[in-house]
Write a protein that binds this ligand. Structure first.
Ligand SMILES: [Zn+2]
Length: 78
């Protein structure tokens, strides 16, 4: 298992997401951003909008996705 924070995934806070793969933590971040949006958390709105546009333009977002995967790969196991 590895841990990535909201901040490492482009968000504004230090909530930690744990997962076996980069996709796990990216999906956890997606849920976290959705919940923040529902709660009316303005600080998370820009990250939420970025994430939404990533799902809409997956090809354009490959750079971000690969960078997140690389960050995850370089993390120590915990
Ligand atoms: Zn957050």
């Amino acid at each position: 298992m590895k841990t990535m924070t909201c901040r490492q995934l482009g968000g504004p806070c230090d909530v930690e997401h744990r997962g076996e793969t980069a996709d796990d933590v990216i999906n956890a971040q997606d849920r976290h951003l959705k919940e923040a949006e529902k709660a009316g958390d303005a600080a998370h709105q820009p990250a939420r909008d970025d994430m939404k546009s990533r799902w809409r333009h997956p090809k354009k977002s490959l750079g971000w996705y690969n960078a997140a995967k690389k960050t995850f790969a370089d993390l120590p196991e915990s």
